[in-house]
Ligand binder design. Structure first.
Ligand SMILES: NC(=O)c1ccc[n+]([C@@H]2O[C@H](COP(=O)([O-])OP(=O)(O)OC[C@H]3O[C@@H](n4cnc5c(N)ncnc54)[C@H](OP(=O)(O)O)[C@@H]3O)[C@@H](O)[C@H]2O)c1
Length: 403
């Protein structure tokens, strides 16, 4: 097997960059040395000698000795420029930036194919859980029914704090930020956007389809209230933010990100705090469950290290499902049963429920359980976060009483 010596140029020395540095110096037997680390802020004090750092990206990009660029910055536009420039110069690339990867997946995969470089991004989805490599290699020829789970450590941390520890939403979010689980822009986590980026990346490796993130419905936890937590508790459920991709028929898949009620007997029930969990459901292997830390410097750094290690033997994603070309269509024409908490009954005019199976009215809040088409939720996606409502997928088949 090839054991190529790696000379690394690292971009970013924040939560993940420092985590990777710790992991790299403790891992023995890796044929890799750090040549330079590029950062932005010249006034910041660093944990290691300033000799390691540069503020000029071309010190890395134009160094012919550097054969692997590790991109760990929090600016997706600049990250895209760096990643493209590196591949165009024949350098392999490892990145943790899901926004940059998900929004430019088609272009980046094409560039990777043209330049014959390795372009690896395991750390971009579900932190330390090796889901992309498993979808590529293990589920190579399996008939995958669905992939779902908890992909965002920050929102899961908030939900666990609210459910298990009675914390307020704002306090839990602050704690997640302090611990380095939250994105620089917290809306990405709590509104389900980060989970959606990961879902789009997973979809390419599970089904071979490039899906534009803008075409995927996402709804997060930013509107959750104590009433919703109380409702879930009374029923014995937890609320989790669950992205889903699954087959509707042989050649059609659907995708969405929604909070979901999880009963105690389900795998995801005990996936708490910054942990992530992924369930792959397939025809022959049945249900498989992956569990691990989804955020934080060291867990994410360890996923980056695994990709760096893969570059020593020239590993590349082969995008096998894309070449199989079995799944060809993406549809959002499905009915979903939801718990819908609202204040003003007039809001119901905006939501064309197909059926309602349960309704509850109280002074402080109202809720109903009803079935709605995902296309109708898609139409409301620009305004849905601003409305005084909260939506949870019940996880059951649609309601019974037709209106
Ligand atoms: N945190 C997590 O748990 C986690 C998990 C999975 C994936 N990720 C992804 O990993 C990436 C990094 O996240 P993070 O949490 O480590 O961010 P972070 O703590 O905010 O650190 C960002 C780093 O990027 C550097 N930087 C920003 N713009 C730059 C530029 N133009 N050129 C060079 N360096 C630049 C910053 O430099 P200064 O130090 O000079 O400010 C800083 O070192 C993001 O894409 C994030 O989505 C994070």
């Amino acid at each position: 097997m090839v054991n190529r010596a790696l000379k690394l140029g690292i971009f970013g020395y924040g939560c993940v960059g420092q985590g990777l540095h710790d992991v790299l110096i403790s891992s023995k037997g890796m044929n890799a040395t750090i040549a330079k680390i590029c950062v932005k802020d010249k006034t910041k004090k660093r944990r290691i000698s300033m000799d390691h750092f540069t503020y000029d990206k071309y010190d890395i990009l134009n160094d012919p000795e550097i054969n692997l660029v590790v991109e760990l910055i929090d600016d997706d536009k600049e990250a895209l420029t760096i990643v493209k420039a590196a591949m165009e110069r024949g350098k392999n690339v490892v990145t943790a930036n899901k926004k940059m990867v998900a929004e430019n997946l088609k272009e980046l995969v094409k560039l990777q194919e043209q330049t014959k470089t390795s372009f690896l991004y395991e750390a971009s989805t579900c932190g330390s859980i090796p889901i992309i490599r498993n979808l590529e290699e293990y589920y190579d020829n399996e008939l995958l029914y669905s992939v779902r789970g908890i992909f965002n450590g920050s929102s899961n941390y908030i939900l666990s704090n609210m459910h298990n520890d009675d914390k307020k939403y704002e306090d839990a979010l602050l704690k997640a930020q302090e611990l380095g689980f939250a994105e620089t822009e917290p809306a990405l986590d709590v509104e389900g956007v980060d989970a959606k980026y990961k879902l789009v990346i997973i979809t390419l490796h599970a089904y071979g389809m490039f899906i534009d993130p803008d075409q995927v419905f996402h709804y997060g936890i930013s509107n959750i209230s104590k009433h919703d937590i109380r409702y879930a508790r009374e029923k014995g459920y937890k609320i989790k933010l669950v992205p889903y991709v699954g087959k509707l028929n042989k050649s059609t898949i659907t995708l969405y990100v929604l909070p979901r009620f999880i009963p105690p007997e389900k795998y995801l029930y005990n996936v708490d705090y910054e942990y992530n969990g992924v369930i792959a459901e397939a025809a022959f292997s049945d249900k498989q469950f992956f569990y691990g830390k989804g955020a934080g410097g060291h867990p994410t750094g360890s996923a980056v290290l695994s990709d760096i290690s893969a570059c020593t033997y020239d590993y590349k994603y082969e995008y096998k499902k894309k070449h199989h070309n079995r799944v060809k269509n993406y549809s959002t024409n499905i009915d979903i049963e939801i718990y819908f908490r609202y204040h003003d009954p007039a809001i119901l005019r905006k939501f064309p429920f197909k059926s309602i199976s349960e309704q509850y009215f109280a002074k402080e809040f109202n809720y109903l359980i009803g079935s709605i088409n995902l296309n109708d939720l898609m139409k409301l996606r620009e305004e849905i976060n601003k409305l005084n409502v909260f939506i949870v997928n019940t996880g059951r088949k649609s309601g019974k009483i037709n209106l």
